[in-house]
Write a new protein. Structure first.
Length: 1043
């Protein structure tokens, strides 16, 4: 027994299996049990090895004795098995032999049973199975459960009895006979054999083609028809303002404040390699558009969000669309002024201008957005009064680009920039607090009791007095030291808080009471006031005093403001950068960080004194993750964290974070930062739609190109000049070294090209011509100095030709004429005019004349918002509806200038003149002037109206027909029908006269001869005229008696 080691039902050892076999009930075995190694026929003595990867998980075992763990879970010790002992083993042995000898072909070649392994059951299992089949199933404790299942199935409308009968009616072993293919009789006919082979080959080719077409069609349906209806419904709701996008950002890669970068699965058109970038002057039709489709008319936070999460989470607070549109208009005006100043080479106070928009913008706008601009003003040191680049204190465009993009942390440029950010942020916080002090005093003059000279110290005294009256200086029970009538340490602290270091030094050195209180601090303060630093020896002394007082002094006996002053001046205990026992706000805490921060060469600093801008950025990131995480910020709370990021120099993260709440403001913060070179940008072609990404050195970068192009979607259809101004901003970063700068310029050029093709306002974008032929510069040409072109003339000409080709394909005749004229392709202009005239000639008599879509006239907006046409613009040239007027305008312009005239082919000039005369003849016919019309048609010299039955004359006219340009020859049939109509009406007029005379009869006969000559002519040019002409000739000939 031990040598057999048959696997039990749950993989137990033989001893446990032997013990378990004595139990009255056994758990049912699963055929998929990994240790079920019992054989169906346990009396075989041969060794059977199962495959290692069998779905039954059996292990190779030597089958030498009957199985002790049956497949169906019944132990050999069960008493119910006694009834099966009378069955003769010989019967089962014979079944075994018959099963082994049974050929597989009886199952059927196409049956799936061939793929299943053969089940092997022991004799005990077969006896028990036979008994269960005979008794209708196992009689165990599950009978009650089965009865419940019957009731449940019956309640659901399922009849178990009928289902069982239907299942039993199926024969799983039934053979499926394959259709026997009749053998073709031998046929010695080779031709027939070849024909059969060709037919079979054609059938195979047809079948393959059909299968390929089905596959392509299924792929097309998968791509085009399988729409995300929930996404479509969400877009419709957003379009009508019934729903707002989600404020959730992607949670894949966390950045500061719990916000995350956006990870997109982009097509290859955007995330392509640098080597496959699209050309400036041409692009593949398979590539995705740079500027995208026009939007709904208002900026959406979805630009900054992950498409997979835009419909999740709570909706962002919807701003008033009226305020938002006004804000976008104000920003567009400031951007136009910015570009104008750049073209003139002047500096532009972009931060002051943009902050004015945020300050006066309506709606629910957090105050911190305006404060962020003020902080940047302090960092950059921008002055609104400096306009010329030569003035002292002027800040040039891209002033800090090289310093900001220097990736060496210990370089002099990087250190200077970090020091500028620290000092600028601290200066802003100090000025902001002093403004608050003055506002509080002004609002509460009675409690403040300012009086006397309103000096800085007196104002701080008044503020302290006001806070003391409100009991807002310190917690109850705190000892606050006084010198005379002043809380001396509180006064010094708030002088430091407002940035008045010199005034604080004067107070401690001139007040005798304070000098007697702490003469050492007088030395510290006066030394610190010189450059906000203490020498090494003084710093060690003040740190020693700070540690001694904080450790040894009893609780509530040390003035907390005294300890705060010691901490600020001596940079004491940098590991705990907070003020104990003082009521402070977020601004007070961040001010303390910038006051303690110091940007110097870290190699010269003591390890415990190292604390700089990078440490502040780490703290801000932790605060964002803990307090301003996704869904945790309160109403308007995003402004606080955005201001913290701006103060900490985390400009890229700040733009990305703000974009989820105020996309208009985020875009213009990015513009202002890029103008001064304080924004690291990514490659548009490799970043796709990812707004915030990171370099290989983990420096954050913003996809500035995608940001601006997507923002213009909201207004560029109606405000083309504003859109061009924003596209021009893309070249702000074109000065970057290497391929990155070229990428930024390429995006700008490609965006302009696509925008020209998207809009029909070609006259405003590319230029126009006045009635005297002089050229008016377009919006793009006026801004050529901003878009960093190598060859400006070639760029304009190429873009103009591409736009003209698109306009020509769309049937925009006036647009195509203007654009080809601007591209100096005058021959193509006449060619397009000829086609328009030919279409006008082909219009049936009496029908509505061909009308062109006129060019949009150039307008300019008055102060009251009304738009008026510019005098002398394109209204008299291409802004017309009649192709005849358009042709006469352009021909008249070209005839007055030999430079234009010489560049037009003679055949095009002759064709245009002939078509114009055709239109004059048609006008005579439509006016009912039959004789003048026939004279005008005869002057065309294309029909033998004066042949007088001369066959040679008619033949020469027919031979000349072949030499006509196609644009003329296809209208000859119409001219013939006009002639027949004129002849018929004129003969009718002559024959309807009251009196007959020889003159009338002679004229009628002459007209009849004309009609016959036209019939002969038409017969000679048979198949070259439309069938309608011959039908008209036959009918008219019968009416006028020609035959």
């Amino acid at each position: 027994m031990a040598s057999s080691n048959f696997g039990s039902l749950f993989g137990a050892t033989p001893s446990s299996q032997q013990q378990r076999s004595q139990q009255p009930q056994q758990q049912p075995a699963s055929i998929f049990s990994p240790n079920n190694q019992s054989s169906i026929f346990g009396n075989t003595a041969t060794t059977q090895v199962a495959p290692a990867n069998s779905i039954f998980g059996s292990q190779p075992q030597a089958q030498q004795q009957p199985s002790q763990g049956s497949l169906f879970g019944q132990s050999q010790a069960q008493p119910v098995r006694s009834s099966g002992q009378t069955t003769q083993p010989a019967f089962f042995n014979s079944l075994l032999e018959r099963g082994k000898k049974r050929p597989l072909s009886t199952v059927g070649q196409n049956s799936s049973f061939e793929e299943l392994p053969s089940l092997q059951l022991g004799l005990d299992d077969i006896r028990r199975k036979a008994r269960e089949l005979g008794s209708g199933g196992p009689k165990d404790s599950q009978h009650g459960l089965n009865s419940k299942a019957h009731y449940l199935l019956a309640a659901s409308g399922v009849s178990p009895g009928h289902a069982i009968r239907d299942l039993k009616a199926l024969d799983p072993q039934a053979t499926i006979s394959a259709p026997s293919k009749e053998q073709d009789a031998f046929d010695p006919d080779n031709q027939k054999f070849l024909r059969n082979m060709q037919q079979r080959g054609r059938q195979v080719m047809i079948a393959e083609s059909l299968a390929r077409a089905h596959k392509d069609f299924d792929a097309f349906l998968e791509e085009k028809v399988d729409l995300d209806w929930e996404e479509q419904r969400r877009k419709i709701f957003q379009h009508f303002g019934l729903a707002q996008g989600s404020d959730s950002m992607g949670a894949t890669a966390k950045v500061s404040g719990g916000r995350s970068t956006r990870q997109f699965k982009q097509p290859g058109s955007i995330g392509q390699s640098p080597g496959s970038r699209r050309s400036v002057f041409g692009r593949s039709g398979l590539e995705k558009s740079v500027i995208g489709a026009p939007g709904t008319g208002f900026a959406r936070p979805q630009i900054f969000e992950d498409p997979a999460e835009r419909s999740e989470g709570p909706a962002v607070h919807a701003p008033d669309l009226r305020f938002l549109r006004e804000k976008m208009g104000y920003y567009a005006d400031r951007v136009q002024l910015l570009n104008s100043a750049r073209l003139q080479g002047h500096t532009f106070p972009v931060l002051h201008e943009f902050s004015g928009v945020e300050q006066h913008a309506g709606g629910d706008v957090p105050r911190q957005l305006f404060d962020a601009y003020q902080a940047l003003i302090c960092i950059v040191n921008e002055s609104p009064k400096v306009m010329s680049a030569s003035d002292p204190g002027s800040i040039q465009e891209r002033r800090f680009s090289e310093d900001y993009l220097d990736e060496t942390p210990n370089s002099r440029r990087a250190i200077n920039l970090r020091k500028r950010i620290v000092e600028g942020s601290r200066s802003f916080l100090e000025k902001s607090f002093y403004d608050e002090v003055e506002n509080v005093i002004a609002k509460n003059p009675r409690e403040a009791q300012l009086g006397g000279i309103p000096s800085v110290i007196n104002k701080i005294r008044a503020y302290v007095r006001l806070r003391a009256a409100r009991k807002d200086l310190a917690p109850d029970g705190t000892e606050l030291q006084m010198v005379g009538h002043d809380y001396c340490w509180i006064l010094i602290f708030y002088l430091l808080r407002c940035g008045f270091i010199t005034e604080a030094a004067e107070y401690v050195s001139q007040d005798p009471g304070f000098r007697s209180l702490d003469h050492k601090f007088v030395t510290y303060m006066t030394t610190y006031a010189q450059n906000r630093r203490l020498p090494r020896d003084l710093q060690q002394k003040i740190n020693g005093e700070y540690q001694q007082r904080s450790r040894n002094a009893p609780e509530n006996t040390v003035d907390p403001y005294r300890m705060a002053c010691y901490k600020i001046i001596g940079r004491c205990e940098l590991s705990r950068r907070r003020l104990e026992g003082i009521n402070q706000s977020v601004e007070d805490w961040i001010w303390l960080q910038f006051t303690l921060a110091r940007e110097d060469d870290r190699a010269e600093e003591v390890a415990g004194d190292v604390f700089g801008l990078e440490d502040i950025q780490t703290d801000i990131t932790e605060i964002g993750q803990r307090v301003f995480g996704k869904g945790q910020e309160g109403p308007g709370g995003y402004g606080t964290f955005f201001l913290l990021q701006i103060l900490g120099g985390m400009f890229e993260q700040a733009v990305s974070y703000l974009g989820s709440y105020a996309p208009v403001s985020a875009v213009h913060f990015a513009v202002a930062l890029a103008y001064y070179g304080l924004l690291r940008v990514s490659d548009f072609y490799t970043s796709g739609e990812e707004i915030l990404s990171f370099t290989v050195k983990q420096h954050p970068q913003i996809n500035f190109g995608y940001l601006v192009t997507q923002y213009t979607r909201e207004f560029r259809t109606g405000f083309v000049e504003a859109a061009v101004d924003y596209f021009s901003l893309l070249c702000l970063n074109a000065d970057l070294p290497g391929s990155l700068g070229k990428s930024q310029a390429s995006v700008c050029h490609e965006a302009l090209r696509e925008f020209i093709l998207e809009t029909r306002d070609f006259a405003k974008l590319l230029g126009d011509i006045r009635s005297d032929g002089t050229r008016i510069k377009g919006v793009i040409e006026q801004r050529l100095g901003l878009i960093k072109l190598v060859d400006q003339d070639e760029f304009l000409k190429t873009i103009t030709v591409q736009a003209a080709a698109v306009a020509d394909d769309k049937g925009l005749i006036t647009d195509a004429v203007l654009l080809y004229h601007l591209a100096e392709d005058y021959d193509r202009v006449i060619d397009i005019i000829n086609r328009a005239l030919s279409d006008a000639v082909a219009v049936d008599l009496g029908g509505s004349g061909l009308k062109l879509q006129p060019l949009l006239p150039r307008t300019h907006t008055l102060e009251d918002g009304q738009e008026v046409a510019e005098p002398g613009s394109s209204l008299s040239l291409t802004a017309v509806e009649d192709p005849v007027v358009l042709a006469k305008n352009m021909i008249g312009l070209y005839n007055t200038n030999a430079l234009y005239y010489q560049r037009i082919r003679q055949v095009n000039r002759d064709t245009c003149g002939l078509l114009l005369r055709m239109m004059e003849a048609k006008a005579e016919v439509e006016a009912g002037k039959w004789t003048p019309a026939l004279d005008a048609i005869n002057e065309l010299n294309i029909l033998p109206l004066r042949a007088r039955s001369s066959v040679s004359y008619i033949r020469s006219a027919a031979q000349a027909f072949s030499s006509f340009p196609p644009i003329i020859s296809r209208n000859v049939g119409h001219v013939i029908m006009w002639s027949i109509a004129c002849i018929g009406h004129e003969r009718e007029r002559l024959n309807s006269g009251a009196y007959e005379n020889e003159i009338r009869q002679g004229m009628a006969d002459e007209l009849l001869v004309m009609a016959k000559d036209l019939m002969i002519f038409s017969g000679m040019v048979k198949y070259k005229l439309p069938p309608r002409v011959y039908e008209t000739l036959a009918r008219a000939g019968a009416e006028i008696g020609a035959y």
